[in-house]
Design a protein around this ligand. Structure first.
Ligand SMILES: NC(=O)c1ccc[n+]([C@@H]2O[C@H](COP(=O)([O-])OP(=O)(O)OC[C@H]3O[C@@H](n4cnc5c(N)ncnc54)[C@H](OP(=O)(O)O)[C@@H]3O)[C@@H](O)[C@H]2O)c1
Length: 296
């Protein structure tokens, strides 16, 4: 099966490419997520495109790539992901998240390929005060969320996978902030009034492979299990890194200085009314991420 992956050098992309090649990402967990067996070497013929290899806003380049490679499945991880910057760069955000997604999904469909497109909990307002299922009404509060929702609409043949609060080991993340605070005995402040689900990108990657193997059309929620505020997540991370939970103080979103430019959903844990299996608990994913980073 030939899989074309866009945005392949991003956070999720780096883990997905490893899983598709039969390797375990460092913060990954055995094979349970992949069903009966882990990926065998050679099971997938993977074509991984970075941003510079394939810009999804370039319709001709997308159509040429699709026509020459003729993949069976396209996994779109390319996105404008700078949530706060998007508020002042609406045109660029839509160009990638909506127009680029349309180019890919249409070109894929023309050659008979399915598309797996990753979307976000930011398509919801988060005002319902409960975990969100696929059929809940969307109501994005930010340019990023609105542009991602606009992209979802272009995926005809395939799956829109909504995930949330994805953290991996590429680049500097909140995990590194928590670890250095633990090591230096520094205090941190994190919001306690934004509640959602942390998702380990290695777990999400394994879940995406399961969806490649057993396709499910339409929208699917795939995020870590359970729910927690950023305050709870970071306090746990500091403790796992050898510090004390007391180093982390809970604050309200309105206390942030400077304020967040984009409005986040206040309560957006994602659960699925369609999948019987889901990803491990956020705390399990977090523990593997912290341990892997401490071993760097
Ligand atoms: N991170 C989260 O918490 C989160 C939560 C829910 C959903 N998601 C979604 O999950 C997907 C993967 O996110 P991620 O966390 O892996 O983000 P990421 O690390 O920012 O990766 C996005 C990738 O897209 C590339 N890209 C940007 N514009 C492009 C274009 N025009 N053409 C081709 N590639 C382009 C970026 O390349 P450059 O960096 O070189 O520009 C980057 O490699 C995205 O669809 C995102 O919206 C993320």
């Amino acid at each position: 099966m030939k899989i074309l992956v866009t945005g392949a050098t991003g956070q999720v992309g780096s883990d997905l490419i490893q899983v598709l090649h039969g390797q375990q990402p460092r913060a990954g967990r055995a094979t349970a997520l992949l069903g009966a067996e882990a990926v065998r070497e050679g099971e997938f013929d993977v074509v991984a495109f970075s941003h510079s290899d394939l810009d999804i806003t370039n319709a001709q380049a997308v159509s040429d790539a699709m026509a020459s490679l003729r993949p069976d499945e396209v996994v779109n991880l390319a996105a404008y992901t700078k949530v706060d910057l998007a508020e002042d760069h609406e045109v660029e955000a839509y160009l990638v998240n909506e127009t680029g997604t349309r180019h890919l999904a249409q070109a894929a469909e023309q050659c008979g390929a399915r598309t797996i497109h990753i979307s976000t909990d930011y398509v919801f307002s988060g005002d319902l005060g409960r975990a969100l299922v696929e059929s809940d009404e969307t109501n994005p509060q930010s340019v990023y969320g609105a542009s991602k929702l606009a992209g979802e609409a272009h995926v005809g043949l395939g799956t829109v996978v909504r995930s949330s609060w994805i953290v991996g080991l590429g680049g500097r993340t909140v995990i590194d902030v928590a670890i250095s605070a633990a090591q230096e005995g520094r205090e941190l402040k994190f919001v306690a009034d934004q509640v959602g689900t942390l998702t380990s990108s290695a777990d999400l990657a394994a879940g995406l492979v399961a969806l490649i193997r057993e396709p499910l059309d339409g929208v699917v929620h795939l995020a870590g299990s359970g729910e927690a505020s950023w305050f709870e997540i970071i306090a746990s991370a500091v403790e796992l890194a050898g510090g004390s939970r007391d180093q982390v103080q809970p604050i309200a979103t309105s206390d942030l200085n400077p304020p967040q430019r984009a409005k986040r959903p206040s309560y957006s844990p994602l659960i699925s009314e369609r999948l019987s299996n889901t990803l491990p608990d956020w705390s399990d994913g977090l523990e593997r991420l912290v341990r892997a980073r401490l071993n760097d």
